[in-house]
Design a protein around this ligand. Structure first.
Ligand code: ADP
Ligand code: S3P
Ligand code: MG
Length: 197
């Protein structure tokens, strides 16, 4: 079946954003494993836009991997770096931007996301189990129960994702390509949005 014939996953619109000129065309937020990196890359490819992942930018600036940053410094150090990198990307990057799952814990980042097109990717605990596996590469899930950690951390962050999101997209029953097609269609259809100067 072609993509045109196939029903694409539904994007729920939560609010009408008042957008500033410039900045990213789309920012992806959501819990670890919801597909921000995977789906964001595919949306960018579909639209011929640049893709940036805040985690990769953090690793580039720190010249270390995220697990190394957590090990040699601490989470607070990582969060401060994350906040700074995201502030720069929101000002400079005009393509698609995927954030790390914990980026929304910063009040300053949440404030900066108010005038940005943000999609919140949804993932339930059952599907999270296969997506995160043993938690390798994600220090927040370290320990003997990565799935339990994922549930606890994701629940705490629920209201923060809800606060910044313009749209919500359930990722449990759709492939990355289908989800990317839905988002690309939304971004290329006429937008009933108001623009701030
Ligand atoms: N819609 C999906 N269906 C199935 N697997 C997915 C989907 N989206 C992402 N994945 C897989 O889940 C894992 C986590 O995806 P990733 O993009 O790294 O998530 P995030 O950046 O939100 O933490 C990867 O192995 C990816 O291939
Ligand atoms: O949720 C979190 O606190 C984190 C999520 C990770 O990104 P993904 O959500 O892309 O896995 C990464 O930023 C870091 O390991 C911390
Ligand atoms: Mg990611």
């Amino acid at each position: 079946m072609s993509e045109r014939e196939q029903a694409l996953p539904t994007l729920a619109r939560l609010r009408t954003p008042e957008l500033h000129e410039g900045g990213p065309r789309l920012v992806l937020v959501g819990p670890m494993g919801s597909g921000k990196t995977t789906v964001g890359t595919r949306v960018a490819n579909r639209l011929g836009l640049a893709f940036v992942d805040s985690d990769r930018e953090i690793e580039r600036e720190a010249a270390r991997s995220i697990p190394e940053i957590f090990a040699s410094e601490d989470e607070q150090y990582f969060r401060a770096l994350e906040e700074r990198v995201i502030a720069r990307l929101l000002a400079e990057h005009e393509g698609i931007l995927a954030l790390g799952g914990g980026a929304v814990t910063s009040p300053a980042t949440r404030e900066r996301l108010r005038h940005v097109p943000v999609v919140r990717l949804l993932l339930d605990a059952d599907h999270a189990r296969e997506r995160i596996g043993s938690g390798t590469g994600r220090p927040v899930l370290a320990g003997d129960d990565p799935h339990g950690r994922w549930i606890r951390v994701s629940r705490e962050r629920e209201p923060l994702f809800a606060q910044v999101a313009v749209w919500a997209l359930d990722t449990c029953e759709a492939s990355p390509d289908e989800l990317a097609a839905t988002l690309a269609r939304e971004l290329t259809s006429p937008q009933p949005t108001t623009t701030l100067d």
